[in-house]
Write a protein that binds this ligand. Structure first.
Ligand code: GAL
Length: 421
């Protein structure tokens, strides 16, 4: 808490005393430095698309790729650079983080660029809303991920003769036979955000979209302490038993390779996993299947990938940032980037020729907008600011790793985490 307070205080001081800072003079004009957390093979390949499309104009792009799925470590590195008065030109920041950083006066407002290019005409409304703060645009959206996907290894079910389960209860029931045949019933890397991703999907499947919003967006005490939330934690305890305890904090792409290498039967993971399957030469419908997480068909937990630009003084820096914004939003760039990344392009006119799981994701996105079952991911910073997102993630992870905590106790602790002042 103290550390967070210190960082916020320092950032606020920085914002008032130095609303811009000269990027180090050793950068040639037109060079942008971009901080992000895309370090898996498919994420790096997707980032290379952004670099190639930017540098073809003659500008240079250097990037800081900070390993750590979900971006937790990247945000720590970014804060230290900003506090030392040396922000990158741009950084990958999603959801509520855009509003938090913009509120400190540290971000370049891109309102004129957005309006001049009429990008709101091709962005879904929920994306436009996510990249604004107090009615002005600060985020540059590149892709729309869905968090509530299950990935299936057909080999595990062919080898055992078991039917692919259609519910958590069915997977729990066949888990002993999957283990007997040498398969991990449900894999994940054991990192807190990966465990908590299961939580947000079960909140959606057990309570529905309205309950999800009441509990995880509005932090309604009644919802957070309801019998439904107790049911969620009861289910979560059963699901926790589907994954080996001794996970050595594997990355999400290492967990994906357990599906690819026929070691695990299923995995709940966002569709950045789709990029990883394709990067490993896996064929959809043959080597792996995608299906909405149990009980969340036509429901969509969204996670928008976006970049923000930091206020810099020199005109060459600002010119390079402007060009970067144009390239990130370029239709061809978004088509090529999302093909590698596994997400849906943020601009809908770049999403007209999708295939397979990406097309299914787009169809379910549209259906969820229609049915009002589109909800923001709390794990990926779309639903709550970092000061609530992180405690919620850490609490859920500790609950899934500690069999002594009861669902009733868990509900009290989660409420405390989300209702803290
Ligand atoms: C999310 C991010 C995705 C992917 C994932 C795994 O937060 O939006 O693009 O990087 O983490 O690291």
């Amino acid at each position: 808490m103290i550390q967070r307070l210190l960082i916020t205080t320092l950032l606020t001081c920085l914002a008032t005393s130095v609303t811009a800072s000269d990027a180090p003079s050793n950068r040639p004009a037109g060079t942008v430095n971009v901080l992000h957390w895309w370090t898996s093979p498919s994420e790096a390949a997707a980032m290379d698309i952004l670099k190639d499309h930017y540098t073809k104009s003659g500008f240079a792009l250097t990037d800081q790729a900070v390993a750590g799925g979900g971006g937790g470590r990247a945000m720590t590195v970014l804060k230290s650079q900003v506090i030392s008065g040396n922000p990158p030109h741009a950084a990958q920041i999603s959801g509520q983080g855009i509003k938090s950083w913009a509120s400190l006066g540290l971000l370049a407002d891109i309102d004129d660029t957005v309006n001049h290019n009429q990008w709101t005409s091709v962005l879904p409304e929920f994306v436009s809303d996510a990249i604004q703060f107090q009615g002005r645009f600060y985020g540059v959206p590149v892709g729309i991920h869905r968090s509530n996907w299950l990935w299936v290894n057909p080999g595990a079910f062919e080898d055992t003769g078991l039917a692919i389960p259609t519910s958590w209860d069915e997977l729990i029931a066949i888990a002993p036979r999957l283990r007997q045949a040498g398969f991990i019933p449900l894999t994940h890397g054991g990192e807190a955000w990966q465990q908590a991703a299961i939580f947000e999907s079960v909140v959606l499947s057990e309570g529905g979209a309205d309950f999800y919003r009441q509990a995880l967006v509005h932090h309604d005490r009644k919802a957070l302490t309801s019998p439904t939330m107790i049911r969620v934690f009861r289910k979560l305890k059963q699901i926790a038993s589907l994954t080996p305890d001794n996970r050595s904090k594997m990355s999400w792409d290492q967990a994906t390779r357990e599906i690819i290498n026929n070691k695990a039967a299923m995995m709940l993971m966002g569709d950045w996993a789709l990029g990883e399957f394709k990067m490993n030469g896996q064929v959809e419908g043959e080597d792996f299947y995608c299906q909405p997480a149990f009980g969340t068909d036509k429901k969509f937990i969204y996670n928008i990938d976006s970049f923000v630009l930091f206020n810099l003084r020199s005109s060459s820096d600002r010119q390079a940032q402007h060009w970067l914004t144009q390239q990130l939003m370029n239709m061809e760039t978004q088509i090529a980037f999302n093909e590698k990344k596994g997400s849906i392009p943020a601009r809908m006119d770049a999403a007209e020729n999708l295939q397979g799981c990406q097309q299914k994701s787009l169809e379910d996105l549209k259906a969820s907008i229609e049915a009002n079952t589109l909800v923001p991911s709390i794990i990926h910073g779309m639903a709550a600011k970092e000061s609530l997102q992180i405690p919620a993630i850490n609490f859920v992870s500790s609950y899934m790793s500690d069999p002594t905590v009861t669902p009733e106790q868990a509900v009290k602790s989660l409420s405390a985490a989300l209702l803290s002042p």
